[in-house]
Design a protein around this ligand. Structure first.
Ligand SMILES: NC(=O)c1ccc[n+]([C@@H]2O[C@H](COP(=O)([O-])OP(=O)(O)OC[C@H]3O[C@@H](n4cnc5c(N)ncnc54)[C@H](OP(=O)(O)O)[C@@H]3O)[C@@H](O)[C@H]2O)c1
Length: 347
């Protein structure tokens, strides 16, 4: 039994803790909280023990089981789900407690800010994560990029000349109701996504990423131009390629990202997550040497099964297919893909 502590209980930490509670191979030590807000009661009502910084224990009015250090003593692995950059500050503490760590995509693998030298994407480098003591689970956009680029690379290899991607990023998550959505489009100079994607995909195919942030909570949208060395394949070939891919739904007829989220809500998926990317096929076109495609990326949900795959690689060293099978038993992504593709279909 793997003993896991989830440090941070926001958008990502609350989802990870919830799924790990359903995993008979994992014992959830508890979750780390830093503010004595409603999230504490929510965690306790779901059967989770709450650990807090030692000096803040009195502020939690008897609701804290212990301090963060005691949770780290009890854990084999910590899944750090702190706000971006806080993982780096926590690194020394984790090292002192000699615990394995999964960091999230708000952390870096470059230079003096690096928390690890490894970014994970189960479709690309699962085998390299076996037995590792630390890793960064790529961010939602970086995870989506890998899920799309790796199958393209396997199928078309050297005949792809370059990839140009414009990321349209959501402003806030569904649960962040107190965060307002300003009436503007924000520019993001030097986004981390291309470097992160290259860190695990390599740079055989040049990848260029631009990013802007828009006032919505309803997913990210990636606009991808795939430029080939010669004539590009028909868009239908690309759709057929992804029809066979786990974690990629090939949809027709959704007119906006909220429709996909609303469908997940109708289907009562946990947290209204689909846990995948969704190709919007009517936006695809093959023109000369270029295929243009557009897909939406479930910002919070996509990284949760990935964290689960990574934990299995690091702590249990499971073969890939066995890990996929176990993750599937918790997330039912094959069923979700089939339901999405049947609901948003041209027939
Ligand atoms: N949101 C997404 O869609 C998304 C997707 C992929 C990856 N990520 C990455 O996942 C990470 C977490 O993001 P999030 O959106 O879940 O953030 P979030 O909703 O703001 O939650 C952050 C949580 O971390 C806690 N926290 C505060 N200080 C901490 C510390 N020093 N150590 C550990 N935890 C601390 C906060 O506690 P209190 O609430 O008690 O103050 C809060 O529960 C980031 O690296 C982010 O880039 C986010």
């Amino acid at each position: 039994m793997v003993k896991a502590f989830v440090n941070g209980y926001g958008s990502i930490g609350s989802r990870i803790a919830s799924f790990l509670q359903d995993d008979p191979q994992v014992d959830v030590v508890g979750v780390g909280k830093y503010s004595p807000d409603a999230g504490v009661d929510r965690a306790i009502s779901l059967g989770l023990d709450v650990y807090v910084p030692h000096e803040r224990i009195p502020k939690f009015n008897g609701r804290a089981t212990g301090d963060i250090k005691s949770a780290l003593d009890a854990a084999d692995i910590v899944i750090d789900a702190s706000p971006g950059g806080h993982g780096l500050r926590n690194k020394e503490l984790y090292e002192r407690h000699d615990v394995s760590v999964i960091y999230q995509g708000g952390e870096s693998v470059f230079g003096s800010d690096a928390v690890s030298n490894f970014i994970f994407n189960s479709r690309v480098n699962y085998g390299d994560a076996l037995g590792r003591r630390d890793a960064v689970q790529g961010s939602c956009n970086v995870t989506g990029l890998g899920r799309i680029i790796e199958p393209l690379r396997e199928r078309y290899g050297d005949s792809i000349k370059r990839l140009d991607i414009t990321l349209i990023r959501r402003w806030a998550d569904i649960e962040q109701t107190s965060k307002s959505l300003p009436d503007t489009i924000q520019f993001t100079p030097n986004p981390h996504h291309a470097d992160d994607a290259r860190a695990y995909l390599g740079d055989d195919i040049p990848i260029y990423v631009r990013s802007v942030k828009v006032p919505t909570r309803q997913m990210h949208l990636h606009i991808m131009d795939i430029r080939f060395q010669a004539e590009a394949p028909p868009a239908d070939d690309i759709h057929r390629l992804f029809a066979a891919e786990r974690g990629v739904a090939v949809l027709f007829g959704a007119t906006d990202t909220k429709q996909v989220r609303d469908f997940a809500d109708t289907m009562k998926y946990n947290f209204t997550d689909t846990n995948m990317v969704h190709i919007h096929t009517e936006m695809s076109a093959s023109r000369g040497d270029m295929v243009q495609m557009v897909y939406s990326d479930d910002q919070t949900g996509i990284v949760i099964p990935e964290n689960h795959m990574l934990l299995q690689a690091m702590m249990l060293q499971k073969p890939y297919e066995e890990a996929v099978h176990h993750t599937e038993s918790l997330f039912h992504m094959e069923q979700r893909k089939a339901a999405l593709e049947s609901h948003f279909s041209s027939t």
